[in-house]
Design a protein around this ligand. Structure first.
Ligand SMILES: O=c1[nH]c(=O)n([C@H]2C[C@H](O)[C@@H](COP(=O)(O)O)O2)cc1CO
Ligand SMILES: [Zn+2]
Length: 164
C-alpha cells in the first residue's frame, strides 16, 4: 500500500463532531448543545456546552422549563449558560478575531451579540429548531448587519462511531 487513506473525515465532520461530543456533557434533559471554535487555519481554540456557571450545582439548580416551573426563578433559563458563550468564555488564549464557530443549534440573540463582539466571522450550525422565533430572528438580524456568515452543516450521511 503506497497511497494515503481516503476515507478520513472532512474538516466540517471533524469540528461538528467535536461540537456534538461536547454537547454530550450537557446535563440539560431537553436540549443538549455543543460548540467548537476553530481558527482560520483549522486549529481548535475552544469548546463548550450548555450548563450552569461554576459553583451553581447541577443537582441544586433547576433543570425545568418555564412552562413546567411557572416561576422563572425555578426554571433553567435564568441560569443556563449557552454552549456558544461558554466556548467563547472558555478561551484563554487572546483574540478570537476571524475564527469560526461550529454549534449544534442556531445561536440565540444573546449569543449572537457575544459572537459578533468576540470577532467570530463564520458560524456553521446543525439544528435550526427555533427558526422563526423572536430570539432567532433577532439573532439573524444582528449577524446579517455585522457581516457574520452562517450556513447549515450538511451531514455527509456517514456515521462516525467512536468507542471509548
Ligand atoms: O443557542 C442556544 N444555545 C444553547 O446552549 N441553548 C441551551 C439553553 C438551554 O439549556 C437549552 C434550551 O432548552 P429548551 O430547548 O428546553 O428551551 O439549550 C439554547 C440556545 C437557543 O438557541
Ligand atoms: Zn444563546
Amino acid at each position: 500500500m503506497t497511497g494515503k487513506r481516503e476515507d478520513y473525515i472532512t474538516w466540517d465532520e471533524y469540528f461538528m463532531g467535536v461540537a456534538v461530543l461536547s454537547g454530550k456533557r450537557s446535563k440539560d434533559p431537553s436540549t443538549q448543545v455543543g460548540a467548537c471554535i476553530v481558527s482560520q487555519d483549522n486549529k481548535i481554540l475552544s469548546m463548550g456546552y450548555n450548563g450552569f456557571p461554576l459553583g451553581c450545582s447541577d443537582d441544586e439548580f433547576p433543570w425545568g422549563r418555564d412552562n413546567e416551573a411557572e416561576d422563572p426563578y425555578n426554571a433553567k433559563y435564568f441560569y443556563s449558560t449557552h454552549s456558544e458563550l461558554n466556548a467563547i468564555l472558555n478561551y484563554r488564549g487572546g483574540s478570537l478575531e476571524g475564527s469560526k464557530l461550529y454549534v449544534t443549534l442556531f445561536p440565540c440573540n444573546e449569543c449572537a451579540k457575544a459572537i459578533i463582539q468576540s470577532g467570530i466571522k463564520t458560524i456553521v450550525y446543525g439544528s435550526d429548531k427555533y427558526a422563526g422565533t423572536p430570539a432567532v430572528n433577532a439573532s439573524k438580524r444582528m449577524l446579517n448587519a455585522a457581516g457574520v456568515r452562517y450556513y447549515q452543516y450538511q451531514p455527509s450521511g456517514r456515521k462516525i462511531e467512536i468507542e471509548v
